[in-house]
Ligand binder design. Structure first.
Ligand SMILES: [Zn+2]
Length: 267
């Protein structure tokens, strides 16, 4: 692996609630001198700290505000303000409209607004939002998740490597456009139904985007990961993996070398 290459570590992929050994949706994206906590599902704050200290995170990016993608943000908020961590604050937080207000009542439990902006520099996402975190470029697109504002993310490292994360959404042309020719497409496969991809649909979206590799995450209850992989493989000819917790994917690595299984420190 090239030094500080773009990579993504699975903190959790369970839905709609965490399981023993698998937190809800969350990922650590690293590369180009930057570390970004992507989705803060239940249990991911603890998993994150297997790899980086809270003070080493450069930004948080949230796909949407459903609990299985954002609940640990509440705990992180509490920690940033009161845990005597001596961190540089506020921490950049990129999230859908309403992110700051979601946090605002958490610590005061009343009409008084809690000091969200002390902990987080909140930047609301919009369709086409682009920002740079260290050497990484983060591009967000609005996607359809059946109601709440929801976003997908493309991360590029400036050295030709890219990864795309669907967040939670049903198949849509914006997602395929965002994922066009990416090295790694991390796509949800919750199951049939509005607002989500089935595993077969994840395969079709990956094929439509000509993604180089596909990783399935957020596989819904009632479907085993192996079954989901088989359904996706029927639609997509490239390499496929499941987002097992603790796996690390290196989008720019060669065939057979792009999946790392690091010992989970502290496990
Ligand atoms: Zn979800």
């Amino acid at each position: 692996m090239a030094s500080d290459a773009l990579r993504i570590t699975v903190l959790g992929s369970a839905t709609p609630y965490p399981r023993p050994g698998n937190a809800c949706s969350g990922f650590l994206v690293e590369g180009g001198g930057a570390r970004v906590w992507v989705d803060a599902g239940t249990g991911t704050l603890a998993e994150l700290q297997r790899y980086v200290a809270l003070g080493e995170v450069d930004a948080v990016w949230l796909s949407h505000l459903h609990a299985d993608h954002s609940a640990d943000l509440l705990t992180a908020y509490y920690a940033l303000l009161y845990a005597d961590l001596d961190l540089p604050l506020p921490l950049p937080l990129l999230g859908p409209p309403g992110t700051a207000d979601r946090l605002a009542g958490f610590l005061t439990n009343g009409p008084v607004r809690s000091p969200v902006e002390k902990a987080f520099a909140v930047e609301e996402l919009y369709d086409g939002h682009v920002t740079r975190i260290g050497g990484l470029t983060l591009r967000s697109r609005a996607v359809e998740h059946g109601g709440p504002p929801a976003f997908a993310l493309r991360v590029e490292d400036g050295r030709g490597c890219s990864l795309v994360y669907s967040g939670d959404c049903e198949p849509c042309p914006y997602l395929v456009e965002l994922a066009r020719d990416c090295d790694l497409f991390l796509c949800e496969a919750d199951g049939d139904g509005p607002g989500h991809h089935s595993a077969a649909q994840a395969g079709r979206s990956a094929a439509g985007a000509r993604a180089r590799r596909l990783v399935l995450t957020h596989v819904g209850p009632g479907t085993e990961p192996a079954e989901a992989l088989a359904l996706a493989a029927a639609e997509y000819p490239g390499e496929i993996a499941h987002a097992d917790p603790g796996l690390r994917f290196v989008p720019g690595a060669g065939r057979g070398e792009w999946i790392e299984a690091p010992a989970r420190p502290g496990a």
